[in-house]
Design a protein around this ligand. Structure first.
Ligand SMILES: Cc1ncc(COP(=O)(O)O)c(C=O)c1O
Length: 388
């Protein structure tokens, strides 16, 4: 009987689906998946409606993205990071950052090449590498502060290293790499002639004055980095799946060649709306950050009240917490216990790790705080039972 390809042998059903089903079954407050339970800004939604009704934006968009959005990406990058990007040859629009990551790996990495991944990490990186018939090489972040060991990073580079996937601000740890850490990554990538695929989808989610530094702004890095971002996080619109990749035209050309045969083009009316959204004044981005500072404070008070240990995240909307003082068992067992008995759902970190480094996260689960204040306050009340 025909069956599926070996390439997908290791791709199981994601834990997110499993936890969502369980949370629903037990009526738990779901702090699992990083999916806001509040809406995109009304004026941005209105732009989609207007584009839908305009009568000329319901057909295929240009494959690399609509000119207005590519220009808006270049303007946004110039406004926030002083990078000079060519909107015509240096930006392409993808179906979310997830397609941007796959298209980057397929367009920039050959079969048999090694790709360095810093873990725990977003769960599409390794499947993207596997689908490109390349080889992932893992470098762990070490809790509780989630730093990489410079010697471990250095040792991961070999003659076969073609690319490194970096994520800053980092899901699931909430780390924002410092300039010193980025300088070391840059030095090693330049020394070994390595391309960087830099996932910066949480670029506007930074806390307590932490500064997000795009790797492409470091000396010598622009020509070897493609940067990926998305409207999902910054505009509470994860369902729209509008992402983009920008960088040196020679690299973006490789990504664009893969993209044209993955999706060809992405949703046209929404691209017009995101072009509008990216041009919102600085106050939008400041208010957005302040809203999340408030949500982080609510989750922290819930965690402090129940004895779950954590190091405050510098960015993203996730907190990794250490439950070892409260529960004896694996992260999945703890996540099931918390969902069924306490009524709060979280994500065990197995999905973010290779087998090699899974033990490092063996006392941790991830909570998301992209949720209404009511939900976060409800979670605080329920989590208080944990200490008792
Ligand atoms: C680090 C990281 N990259 C990419 C994505 C996916 O972005 P998109 O929804 O735009 O595909 C996520 C979503 O959680 C993420 O955490």
């Amino acid at each position: 009987m025909p069956t599926y390809a070996h390439r997908v042998d290791t791709f199981g059903t994601t834990i997110f689906t499993e936890i969502n089903v369980l949370a629903q079954q037990y009526n738990a407050i779901n702090l699992g998946q990083g999916k806001p339970d509040f809406d995109a800004p009304a004026d941005v939604v209105a732009q989609v409606v207007q584009a839908l009704q305009s009568g000329y934006q319901n057909q295929y968009a240009p494959g690399p993205g609509v000119p207005s959005l590519r220009k808006a990406v270049a303007d946004h990058v110039a406004r926030f990071y002083q990078l000079d990007i060519d909107p015509a040859r240096g930006v392409i629009v993808t179906s979310g950052a997830t397609e941007g990551i796959l298209a980057s790996v397929l367009g920039l990495v050959d079969p048999g090449d090694e790709v360095i991944v810093i873990e725990p990490c977003y769960d599409s990186y390794v499947p993207s590498i596997i689908m490109a018939h390349a080889v992932p090489v893992y470098v762990p972040l070490h809790p509780p502060t989630w730093n990489f060991d410079p010697d471990e990073l250095r040792a991961a580079f070999s003659k076969k290293t073609r690319a490194l996937i970096l994520n800053t601000p980092q899901n699931p740890t909430g780390r924002i790499y410092t300039r010193e850490e980025l300088m070391l990554i840059a030095e090693l990538c330049i020394e070994h002639d390595v391309t960087v695929i830099c996932d910066e989808v949480y670029e506007h989610l930074t806390f307590a004055g932490a500064q997000h530094i795009p790797l492409a702004t470091l000396p010598g890095m622009f020509e070897r980095t493609v940067t990926i971002s998305s409207s999902g996080k910054t505009f509470n619109a994860t369902g729209w799946k509008i992402g983009w990749v920008y960088g040196h035209p020679d690299l973006v050309e490789g990504v664009a060649r893969a993209h044209q045969f993955i999706t060809f083009a992405v949703h046209h009316p929404t691209q017009e709306a995101i072009a509008y959204a990216l041009a919102l004044p600085d106050t939008y981005f400041q208010d957005f950050r302040a809203m999340y500072e408030g949500k982080l404070a609510l989750l922290r008070s819930a965690l402090d009240g129940c004895g779950l240990k954590y190091v405050a995240p510098q960015g993203t909307y996730f907190v990794m917490t250490d439950y070892s003082d409260l529960f004896d068992g694996t992260p999945t067992e703890f996540a099931y216990y918390l969902t069924k008995e306490i009524g709060v759902a979280c994500i065990p970190p197995e999905t973010f790790y290779s087998a090699e480094h899974l033990h490092i996260g063996s006392n941790y689960v991830r909570f998301s705080f992209c949720k209404s204040d009511e939900m976060l306050l409800g979670a605080k009340e329920r989590l208080a039972k944990l200490r008792k």
